[in-house]
Every structure is written in C-alpha cells, then in structure tokens.
Ligand binder design. Sequence first.
Ligand code: ADE
Length: 301
Amino acid sequence: MNEIAQTTEQTQVTEPKIETPSTARSIHFDIFTLFPEMFTGPLSESIIRRARERSLLSVALHNIRDYTTDRHHVCDDTPYGGGGGMVMKPDPIFRAVETALTRPAGWTLAPEDAYVNLPPWDAETPAPLPADTPIILMTPQGRRLTQSVVAELSQYRRLALICGRYEGVDERVRTQLVTDEISLGDYVLSGGELAAMVIIDAVTRLIPGALGYELSAHQDSHAPGLDGLLEGPQYTRPYAFRGEVAPDVLLSGHHANVERWRREQALLRTLARRPRLLDRINLSQKDQAFLRQHGWSPRGE
Ligand code: ADE
C-alpha cells in the first residue's frame, strides 16, 4: 500500500470525508531559500500534507543558489564598511524572484538548468512583477505575525516568501523587491525558513476545507470565533486521570451551559495569561461582570 492510501485509510476512522468543491480557494506559496530541504518534513505531514493532496495548497521551493552563475555559486559577501558576518547578495535573490514570479504559479527551475541554463534575466531592468502577489521578507525587523496578519495573508491566491540568512540581506532587496516584511517575534532565528513554515502552516489552517472540522480554526486561540481570547481548557476521555476529573458541566449535555462555561474559562485564561488582550476585545456586559468578579477592571478605570 502506498503512503497516501495508508493516510486515507487512517483518517477515515476519525474524520468525516471532506469533499473539496471544484471552486475551492487555493493558495500558492513561492519560497526563496538557500535550504529548500528544510521544508520537506513540515510540508509532508498532517494538515499541510492533506491540503496539498486536496490541491488547496501548493508550494514551490526555489533555491536561490540555483540562480548564481559564478563558478562557486556564491550567495553572500562581506559587508561594505566592514564588521562581522556576511550579507546575502542582491542579484541571486532578484534573479530567483523575478524569474519565478513572472511565470505561472507552480513553475520551478528544472534541476538540470540550475546555474547553467537559466531563463534570460536583465540585471539592470526590473521585471514586471504581479501586483497581487506580496513579496515578503522574513526578518526580525518586520511587522509582528499575529492571527490578523495571517487572516490578511490568507486572502491572497499567491504569496512569495524570501528567507534571509547570515547577518541579513543587501538593503536593495528591501528597497526594490519586497513589498512586506514579517517577523515571528523579538528573537533571532538562524534564518527565515522556520518563519516561512510558520506562515504556511497558519495560513493553511484558514483555507476552507483544509481542516477536517471547519469550526476548529474558528475557535483557536486568537481566532475570530473566540473574539481574540485565549482558548480555555479542553478535556477528553478518561473522565478521571490521576485524581483529576473533567468538569461535570462538559458531560451535562446542556449546550448553553457548556458554551457559557467555555466563554468564562477563555475569559479567565486570558485574564491570567494575557490581560492586555482584554483591552482590545469587545466584551459583553455579562463578560465584564464576570471578569470584575475575578479582579479585572477596564483600562483607565
Ligand atoms: N529571521 C531571523 N529571525 C527571524 C524572526 N524572528 N522572524 C522572522 N524571520 C527571521
């Protein structure tokens, strides 16, 4: 039995079969990286794998090094003005991005054409890039990735992500090529690859049909279904585990009580862990009264 058939058999046990309508929205990512192999694992497991199998998601990996024409395929150089570290050269990045994005989604350079048989490219003249495809540089200097940025990105049909390495990229990449810069957070990774994978994963969850159970993306922490609250505790069988039992309200079958309990737990968890998030959330009178009982007061009060 091949791998895909095996997956189908396994998933049938726990998940309803999802029909993908022919009109389904799909998203294509063009990834520009020096380490395309880093993506192999994440792209071939779980939800991302299924989204690709259902043609809801496609990913083209472009190795920036393939677009070098010098003997040693050099992609970095020492910084002008001295200082430590290396900087990614602009020309292979421009060449890779302009070549791929002026071709249909899904195009990649044939392996045998790397270095030696590249499509013509004019180093001096900017290529006409598609206006509806953001070109995003992954960098700790970018705007912070949040669920609302993920939702914004999920509206595009095609996105290009450039993964920086070394100490950074030549500034001309920023000034002339990229349309957006995104950071995962205030820490420095060894490169943008992991950040790009995070974006692919988070965006894929929002493609209709990519999750087995559509409500689950809607009810994730930070998602619209919870109004930006953190998700509260979840329980499954067994009822009792190491002396701790699941809350009886969850077993009561009383839908309204379950919903209210979940809402209160989300409020409590947000108050305990991320209280400033509550300042930005539309809280009902009931929510506010509940939170006040637990020591919260609105900002400025
Ligand atoms: N590259 C290095 N660090 C990064 C970060 N924090 N976010 C996105 N890309 C990065």
